[in-house]
Ligand binder design. Structure first.
Ligand code: BGC
Length: 912
């Protein structure tokens, strides 16, 4: 053969191959939705990956996963634990491991490659995960601590308890191959090896009902261990284990005992032998260290003169320390923590410092934030600096602390003297914007302080910006509020003496939050907390973990369990959450039905439309939101809605029998509801906005009545309320979607951009940098008036993403995306992105006159139905490729509908 022809043939043959390999790559490889997690306890963990490609219409056709016991084996493509072989499937999320049993402490290395319509990827980079200590026998025998208070503690008032310090030295003579620490430090711990803090986590572990389960964390500490003598040290703080306000009535507070820990450091040597450093009574301990008291409500007192230099390093003289004691272990099951711990996620420099009387100063962080303050200070030994924290100031410039109730929110630092001292607390946090500083002998500067924002280490996955500045500010306030509320549990507020994971608040907003934060693991953990709090008879509380014992029996708060499960399924496709929670949801629904359903009306409610706005801001002056108007209409409508969710869940897990039962029950409830509450004038009950919205949005309104009910809704908003909302927590979670979906996105926009009372804009106008608990937050009774509560966001964020940006999951996990941005008079641009479980979705549009330009991105392995605003198909073009290449579906309501595959698109509409 002629050499030229030969080369030509070879290159033709190679061309598709080289092309194929380069078109597709893999990113965001996760195991159990976490990047390289250590110490998991899932026997068949799930893998997921993002396919990255510039090509269009990329769909996965097959994958292969290799899991190996060493990185070398993986490199040699030897999947000794699991070689899935090539599996012909489009599945790229929640792909279950199906290899050899995974033993305690095993570290596994894995990679994946995929075949797609645009060719094959290379192997992903090497990932790993490790197994935790799966059996009780893997753990040391003894929990250590001191099950008592000391002379300086005062546990009768304010639960004052000093932190406990523990230490141990050990000898290491061989060469270390790997070392792993597995620790349960309750309530909170900080771990050190040879003086260095292990990991970046703070306020760990995530709180639970410790009588049900306790969570352990795992760290790779190989680099911490040195040859010869080593020292390990741990500090234990109260957290929720030694609870705040234990002796205070009327709250039925659950407390668990004195701080304690169980730990194992497992060292593997290069010669194959191992050693274990375990908690036992060879450890020494003291409660007489510098952290004199610590708790979430009151703050931390730190006496630097009590520091024992080198306590966590080798050679420290601990002869005066006590022998660590074996203590009562918590009764909860030991489990790996599969959600992220908190970290310092952001730092802020104060924007100003000003002088108050009596040598005091006020520091302004410029933002209502959650976390703590780091200070730099110089002074004589024994001098005390006091920091008091609050969300706002009074008119006279003093801190406004009335809304903290009796939470002291105060840190006290006693100087050791000498060089400049840098300090920040370890076992407390608070919500604050302002700090009152006292005890200074000089004028401090803003440079002496750093605000540390602390929340669970989860990624921000959404961006959102429009041409409307107010909308953007509300979004920003929402981001700050939501982030700050992630504390291993979703707390209602970060400042007053509450900070409880109230269910109703998150039933309302968890779904919207998911557009901002990668909160899948967090909410799966919270659902477990809720399951664990279910009583034998089926009751689910209003607060879970049930640190406060509220089992008030209602549909709207405990119902968060169903709403959050739905959110996880819809946003992340996590069927295992449905499966895990299904029995508990079913049991609770039967419990409520058996006790409270009479003629298909659910007769028990606790909160009504919680925190409805008083009729005027003046009317609400000094009033508490505590007023409840229990409503059988709300509880019955919610029961109906939940039968629909159970039908959805039943289908997802293949329980057809239950689907039928819930269909029959739902129908009966709907009929009884309409019989009882529908008024022939076309409204429900008293025509209150929420009373009409929920039956309409839940699909309870007979078809021929839908129009009049919706008319009554718009009449209330437009005429009676002059373009404002009038909902509390229950109604607000459906309002925007209801207005939008029944055809009035313009009215939704009016409500969303109001600056007068009651509205989100009113909060911004009055200086809010987060979201208030109350619509009348600036005039209400301070005792029930947090300035950082996320519940009143309702479905605003869902509306921002699904309707303004037009990024919506059609069924589960954004496999099929509906992209239908609303075109609203007065709004000229929307730029939004959401990094979904399949990858990045973008929607950026701008309009000017009749022209409309829309740039969007659809991730590989998904498809989107795009609704382009146009009077006819001929007005639409696509800049990157010809519009003719795209699959036109139909024209509908002035939209040209196309079905598209993955890729970047630039649609242009030149309307007349
Ligand atoms: C909390 C709320 C909660 C409510 C219910 C309040 O004190 O802060 O967010 O849902 O109580 O009683």
């Amino acid at each position: 053969m002629n050499i030229k022809i030969y080369i030509a043939i070879i290159s033709i043959c190679l061309l598709p191959l080289t092309k194929v390999v380069a078109q597709v790559s893999l990113q965001n490889t996760t195991c159990e939705m976490l990047e390289n997690p250590l110490g998991i306890d899932v026997q068949k963990p799930r893998f997921a990956w993002h396919i990255i490609s510039k090509e269009r219409n990329v769909m996965q056709t097959a994958y292969q996963i290799l899991v190996s016991s060493t990185a070398e084996k993986l490199n040699a493509n030897e999947g000794d634990l699991w070689d899935s072989q090539k599996v012909n499937t489009g599945e790229s999320i929640h792909v279950r491991y199906n290899g050899a049993p995974l033993k305690s402490r095993l570290k596994a290395f894995w990679k994946v490659k995929v075949w797609t319509s645009a060719g094959q990827s290379n192997w992903s980079t090497t990932n790993y995960f490790s197994m935790g200590l799966l059996y009780y026998k893997d753990w040391p025998k003894g929990w250590i601590g001191f099950d008592r208070a000391f002379a300086w503690d005062n546990i009768k008032t304010d639960s004052r308890l000093s932190a406990r310090y523990f230490r141990k030295e050990f000898q290491n003579t061989k060469q270390v191959k790997s070392a792993t620490a597995s620790i349960i430090g309750l309530g909170l711990y900080e771990l050190f090896i040879n003086g260095k803090k292990v990991g970046d986590d703070v306020l760990s572990p995530s709180p639970t009902d410790y009588t049900k389960n306790v969570k352990y964390n795992t760290y790779d500490v190989t680099s911490y261990i040195k040859n010869g003598k080593n020292a390990v040290g741990a500090i234990l703080g109260n957290g929720r284990f030694f609870a705040m306000r234990q002796n205070e009535k009327p709250y039925k507070i659950k407390t668990f005992g004195f701080p304690k820990m169980l730990m194992n450091i497992n060292i593997v040597y290069t010669d194959g032998s191992t050693a274990n450093i375990d908690t036992d009574n060879s450890w020494k301990g003291t409660a007489d260290g510098p952290i004199r008291t610590n708790n979430e409500y009151d703050g931390e007192e730190y006496d630097a003169t009590k520091e024992a230099a080198g306590w966590n390093t080798v050679g420290f003289d601990d002869s005066m320390w006590l022998k660590a004691e074996f203590v009562q272990e918590p009764s909860g099951v030991i489990e790996a923590q599969m959600n992220e711990n908190m970290r310092v996620m952001n730092t802020l420099k104060p924007v100003s410092i000003s002088k108050l009387s009596g040598g005091r100063y006020i520091l302004d962080m410029g933002q209502n934030m959650v976390g703590w303050l780091q200070i730099k200070i110089k002074g004589i030994k024994g001098k005390q600096i006091k920091m008091r924290f609050a969300e706002s100031l009074q008119d006279n410039g003093e801190l406004f602390t009335a809304n903290l109730r009796n939470a002291k929110c105060t840190d006290l630092y006693t100087l050791k003297g000498g060089e400049t001292e840098t300090w920040e607390p370890t076992f407390t946090y608070r919500g604050f914007r302002f700090v009152e500083l006292s005890g200074y002998s000089y004028q401090p500067s803003v440079n002496d302080f750093v605000g540390k924002m602390v929340y669970d280490n989860m990624k921000t996955v959404g961006t959102f910006e429009t041409s409307n500045g107010l909308t953007n500010q509300i979004f920003k306030n929402a981001w700050w509020g939501i982030a700050g509320s992630y504390k291993g549990i979703p707390v209602d507020c970060p400042q007053r003496n509450e900070r409880m994971p109230w269910l109703g608040d998150r039933g309302a907003v968890a779904y919207g939050e998911n557009f901002l934060f990668d909160n899948g693991r967090f909410y799966a953990k919270w659902l477990q907390d809720i399951r664990n709090s279910q009583k034998e008879d089926g009751a689910i509380p209003d607060v879970a973990p049930a640190f406060w014992r509220y089992y008030s029996d209602n549909m709207t708060w405990p119902g968060a369990m169903l709403l959050v499960t739905e959110m996880l399924y819809k946003q992340t496709g996590d069927v295992s959450s449905v499966r895990d929670n299904y029995p508990a949801m079913k049991k609770w629904l039967s419990y409520m039905q058996d006790r409270y359903m009479k003629d298909y009306i659910l007769t028990k409610d606790s909160y009504g439309d919680w925190c409805m706005p008083p009729i005027t801001i003046e009317f609400g002056r000094g009033k508490s939101a505590d007023k409840k108007y229990p409503s059988e209409l709300i509880s019955t409508a919610y029961y109906y809605h939940f039968t629909n969710l159970m039908i959805q869940f039943g289908r997802a897990i293949g329980n057809e029998e239950d689907v039928k039962t819930y269909e029959v029950l739902g129908e009966k409830i709907k009929n009884a509801f309409n019989e009882k509450y529908y008024n022939q004038q076309g409204y429900y009950a008293t025509n209150a906005l929420t009373d009409n919205i929920i039956p309409l949005y839940f699909g309870m309104v007979p078809k021929d009545k839908v129009e009049t009910v919706f008319k009554n809704i718009t009449h209330t908003v437009e005429v009676t309320n002059k373009g404002h909302l009038s909902n509390g927590l229950v109604g607000i979670q459906w309002l925007m979607r209801c207005l939008n979906d029944y055809g009035r996105p313009d009215l939704a926009y009016t409500v969303a951009t109001q600056k007068t009372y009651p509205s989100w804009g009113y909060m911004v106008e009055n200086g809010a940098t987060t979201i208030w608990e109350l619509w009348n937050g600036n005039t209400a009774d301070p005792k029930m008036n947090s300035q950082n509560h996320v519940m009143m966001l309702g479905d605003l964020l869902i509306w921002y993403y699904e309707n303004l940006a037009g990024i919506k999951s059609e069924n589960a996990a954004f496999k099929q995306i509906t992209m239908k941005p609303e075109i609203i008079e007065g709004l000229s641009t929307v730029n939004a992105s959401y990094n979904s479980i399949y990858g990045m979705i973008k929607s950026n549009y701008s309009k000017a006159g009749n022209a409309f330009a829309w740039n969007l991105s659809v991730p590989p392995n998904t498809t989107a139905m795009v609704y382009i605003p146009a009077k006819s198909k001929t007005e639409v073009s696509e800049k990157i490729k010809s519009i003719k290449d795209l699959k036109f579906i139909k024209m509908e309501n002035n939209r040209a509908i196309y079905e598209i595959g993955s890729g970047d698109y630039q649609f242009v509409v030149n309307g007349k």
